[in-house]
Write a new protein. Structure first.
Length: 503
């Protein structure tokens, strides 16, 4: 479009025409919009004009810059700018669209706000999902890295406990074992928060002795808080049942966290655990647990927040009051067990946590042994363990040394060596972990499961790793593993699992 045609098309609009040289000097201007003296340089008029100056020497076609806020002298307008080359001449045209842009701005703003609102929810969902994925991946990696050395520590402690030790050494071993189990419980708590939020946690229904759980808790806290300033009192109703069917692990978690919270908040006095029950319909019973302390208590305005995730009551800048994570776990687990939990307190007069949980009553039945220990004739069971870390190898060799089950183990340092042994020897079981130096554990299991040799493909596979996230366990099982055993595990748990796979 020629310059004359532009003038005709925009005859009803304000338009300023300027002729400029390739080095940015204004040769002429009709000053319809802005007062620009002849011989002025574009760089002195406005920063935007200065930027366009560098385009002039190489300009070959028309360039348009829409919606430019241009202020020259005391005049301010919203304009479109076009730079045109006609043969050897350069023209800069300024179109005044101030009224148009001012009128359309609210509409554009409204449209933008509507668009932002429309996409905000989707963005927030993606952001929350990204955060959730990051948290789960972080927990999975942290969980795996801690459980492996923890398994070694507890394993060697158990082996040490089987040696000849004096009384003091045995008591020391007990403290270390309880501390290790406490670390494991804390790891379980962190994972359970994630599992509960995703609805992935499972509740078991097995036989358990309530007195065993209470006795274990008494021993733990008596050793951990053996300062002489805080006493633990346990009162259990005489006529209540002692054996139930339910989830003892979750019950232990609930009571442990309530007692831990009470001890942390009590510097002097008593922590009390009272237990009673009432019969319900059928063979059910509602078991009531009351954990009280003589600590500083909880302010009235904070009572409704103590079960919130990561909430802590602060006495001062350096001494937080309350477990946060522990009490969050308590509330979530109690809800899953279809029970109730509440707290009453007055600041300065301690706190009372009341928890009620339904369990099925069970008569105590003592199992009778039909075969004497070590009697009978058995055939040795050969187990191939794929493990490359020397510490883990040593623990496994000592664990299986002189075992009464007749298990004979061989260790392969990597996946390639394992397949070589499988081609030449017969095994009743293979124990694998998450990763080997030359292959991923899941890939190894898949290769085993689809092996051309049917005898090898049918060997049971036990995945024993620190990867305890539900999704990770399922990955092992989907790949072809026969069973999953989470670290840390005891020798009894390991042998029980092996026995179920190679009967």
């Amino acid at each position: 479009m020629s310059l004359s045609e532009l003038k005709t098309n925009f005859v009803n609009k304000h338009i300023q025409q300027m002729e400029v040289s390739e080095d940015g000097v204004v040769l002429s201007s009709d000053n319809v919009l802005f007062n620009i003296p002849a011989k002025a340089n574009l760089s002195s008029l406005h920063p935007f004009m200065e930027a366009t100056q560098y385009l002039l020497p190489t300009l070959t076609e028309t360039i348009t810059f829409p919606c430019v806020n241009l202020e020259i002298g005391e005049v301010e307008k919203i304009v479109d700018i076009e730079i045109i080359r006609e043969k050897k001449q350069l023209f800069l045209l300024i179109f005044d669209f101030t009224e148009h842009y001012v009128a359309s701005h609210p509409l554009v703003q409204e449209k933008n706000e509507a668009s932002i609102a429309k996409n905000k929810l989707d963005f927030e969902k993606r952001l929350l999902q990204a955060k959730e994925d990051f948290k789960n991946n972080f927990l999975a990696n942290l969980n795996h890295e801690i459980r492996n050395p923890l398994n070694n520590m507890l394993g060697f402690i158990n082996l040490l406990g089987e040696t000849k030790l004096n009384y003091d050494q045995h008591e020391t071993i007990k403290v270390i074992k309880r501390t290790g189990k406490h670390i494991k419980m804390l790891m379980d708590d962190m994972l359970d928060i994630s599992k509960i939020e995703r609805g992935a946690i499972t509740i078991k229904n097995v036989n358990f002795y309530l007195t065993s759980i209470i006795s274990s808790l008494q021993q733990h806290f008596a050793l951990k808080y053996n300062t002489g300033t805080v006493a633990l009192e346990v009162v259990m109703a005489e006529k209540m049942p002692k054996t139930f069917i339910g989830d003892p692990i979750r019950l232990n978690q609930i009571l442990f966290n309530l007692l831990e919270n009470a001890f942390r908040n009590t510097k002097k006095g008593t922590v009390s655990l009272k237990i009673d029950s009432e019969d319900l319909k059928g063979n059910m019973a509602m078991v009531h647990f009351e954990v009280s302390d003589t600590g500083k208590g909880i302010p009235k305005d904070s009572l409704d927040k103590v079960f919130e995730s990561y909430y802590q009551l602060k006495l001062n800048q350096t001494k937080p009051l309350g477990e946060g994570v522990g009490l969050k776990i308590v509330k979530d687990l109690v809800d899953l067990l279809e029970g109730t939990v509440s707290v009453t307190s007055e600041e300065g007069n301690g706190a009372v946590f009341t928890c009620s949980l339904p369990f099925e009553k069970r008569k105590s039945v003592r199992e009778k042994k039909t075969v004497k220990k070590g009697s009978g004739i058995f055939q040795s069971k050969r187990i191939l363990i794929v493990e490359d870390e020397s510490t883990n190898q040593m623990l496994l060799m000592k664990t299986f040394l002189n075992n009464e089950k007749g298990y004979v183990i061989e260790i392969a340092n990597n996946a390639s060596q394992a397949f070589e042994l499988l081609e030449t020897r017969n095994y009743n079981l293979i124990i694998v972990k998450k990763k080997f130096p030359d292959m991923d554990g899941l890939d190894f299991i898949r290769k085993m499961d689809t092996h051309s040799n049917e005898k090898i493909a049918n060997i049971p596979i036990l995945a024993a790793t620190g990867s305890t996230m539900i999704t990770e366990q399922q990955e092992f099982l989907d790949a072809g593993a026969s069973h999953f055993l989470a670290k840390p595990y005891t020798k009894k748990e390991l042998f029980k699992c092996i026995e179920s796979l190679i009967r």
